[in-house]
Design a protein around this ligand. Structure first.
Ligand code: SAM
Length: 207
C-alpha cells in the first residue's frame, strides 16, 4: 500500500467502551500500525482506562480532547466520513485531507444517524457508498481509497453476510464488509466468537 502519513480519528460518542468497540478499535490500531498511519481515539472521558492491548500499539493515541479542539487551526484538512454526505470519497481526497474522522458509534439497524453529532461541527463530508459499514470497515475502506488509491467501486464488498455458527445457528449482519481473498467478510479478530456469544445469550434470555 502507498505511503501512509494519514491519521484516522474515531471520536468516541458512546458513554462506555463495550467489547464490540474494543475489538473494532484494536483492528483499526493494528492495521494503522501496519500501513504507516496513525489512529487517534478522541473525546475519551478523563477517567477512561485504555485497554492494555490497545495502549501498547505505537500507532495508537488516546485523547481526552475532541476533534474540534485537536484540529482548531486546520479544520479544512479533516474529512468526516458521513453516510449522508453529498459526494463519495475518491483517491484524490488523499491529497486534500490529512485526517479522516469517524463516529465511534456501534452500527444500528435501522441506522439512527448519530454521525449527525459530528456533521454539526462543520467538517467536509464524504460518503463511502450507500450501505452502512461497521466503524473498522469504514476505516479499512477509507484507507484502501486514500492510501491504496483504489476507487470505492473497485473494492470487493459483502453486504449483509450470513455468519453460520453450525448446522442450525446463523445470523445475518446488517452491514457492508470488505471481502477477503477467501470470500469471507473481513472482521476484527475475536468478533465472530463475540457475535455467537451474544446471540446465544439472546436466545437464553428468551426462556
Ligand atoms: N448507524 C450509525 C449512525 O447513526 O450514523 C452509523 C454508524 S457506523 C457503524 C460508524 C461510523 O462509520 C459512522 O459514524 C461513519 O463515520 C462511518 N460510516 C459507516 N458507514 C458509512 C458510509 N456508508 N459512508 C460514510 N461513512 C460511513
Amino acid at each position: 500500500m502507498a505511503a501512509g502519513g494519514k491519521t484516522y480519528i474515531v471520536e468516541h460518542l458512546d458513554p462506555e467502551l463495550g467489547t464490540w468497540s474494543e475489538l473494532e478499535y484494536l483492528a483499526i490500531a493494528r492495521e494503522s500500525q501496519d500501513t504507516g498511519a496513525k489512529f487517534c481515539l478522541s473525546s475519551l472521558p478523563p477517567a477512561f482506562k485504555v485497554p492494555g492491548d490497545l495502549a501498547k500499539i505505537p500507532a495508537f493515541k488516546a485523547e481526552t480532547r475532541g476533534v474540534e479542539e485537536l484540529y482548531a487551526s486546520d479544520k479544512s484538512r479533516v474529512c468526516l466520513l458521513d453516510p449522508a454526505a453529498a459526494s463519495d470519497l475518491s483517491p484524490e481526497d488523499g491529497d486534500k485531507f490529512d485526517a479522516f474522522l469517524f463516529g465511534g458509534i456501534l452500527g444500528d439497524d435501522p441506522p439512527r444517524d448519530r454521525t449527525s453529532e459530528l456533521r454539526k461541527k462543520g467538517f467536509q463530508g464524504r460518503r463511502l457508498g450507500p450501505v452502512q459499514m461497521t466503524t473498522d470497515t469504514a476505516v479499512r475502506v477509507t484507507r484502501l481509497v486514500v492510501q491504496g488509491k483504489t476507487p470505492l467501486k473497485d473494492i470487493p464488498y459483502l453486504d449483509h453476510p450470513e455468519l453460520k455458527f453450525n448446522e442450525h445457528e446463523s445470523t445475518e449482519m446488517p452491514f457492508r464488509y470488505v471481502k477477503s481473498e477467501d470470500g469471507k467478510p473481513i472482521m476484527p479478530e475475536g468478533m465472530v466468537d463475540l457475535i455467537k456469544k451474544d446471540s446465544d445469550k439472546a436466545i437464553d434470555d428468551m426462556f
